[in-house]
Design a protein around this ligand. Structure first.
Ligand code: AMP
Length: 129
């Protein structure tokens, strides 16, 4: 099955400059910005600039340059926000939702970076569909 990318999603609009964002980091292939409804003291989203719906889409079809850039952007954000232990922090969590079971709201790949508080263990107990 192929991946269908909807270029009217909100992150595509951010990338086109049609709606504003609070940028944390911009690289050749990636953009990081503050989540509009933060669920932790630090809640940053890192997205590739290319049209990828999910992590598996990105892993299958992105170029090596895009993958390296995006992977490093996530690592850089974890240090910039001060939560990486390499930056003297107490840690952080990254998470990427894909599809309806994961409650993905925006169909453009994004990695959530959470930090700044004790985040508890993993995820809450799943509910039946
Ligand atoms: P997900 O459920 O993983 O698709 O997460 C989508 C995230 O995008 C949510 O945490 C939203 O708060 C966030 N979000 C939606 N619109 C915006 C926006 N315009 N700027 C920043 N974050 C947004």
């Amino acid at each position: 099955m192929s991946y269908a990318y909807d270029d009217q999603n909100i992150f595509a609009k951010i990338l086109r400059g049609e709606i504003p964002n609070k940028t944390v980091l911009e690289t050749e292939h990636s953009l990081a910005f503050h989540d509009i409804a933060p669920q932790a003291p630090t809640h940053i989203l890192v997205i590739p600039k290319g049209p990828y719906v999910t992590y598996d889409h990105f892993a299958a079809e992105a170029s090596a340059e895009e993958i390296v850039d995006f992977t490093r952007a996530v690592g850089e954000v974890s240090k910039m926000c001060g939560h990486a232990q390499a930056a003297g922090g107490d840690g952080y969590r990254i998470l990427s939702n894909a599809g309806p079971d994961a409650h993905q709201e925006v169909p453009h790949l994004h990695i959530h970076v959470f930090g700044g508080a004790f985040l508890g263990r993993m995820i809450k107990v799943p509910e039946p569909r």
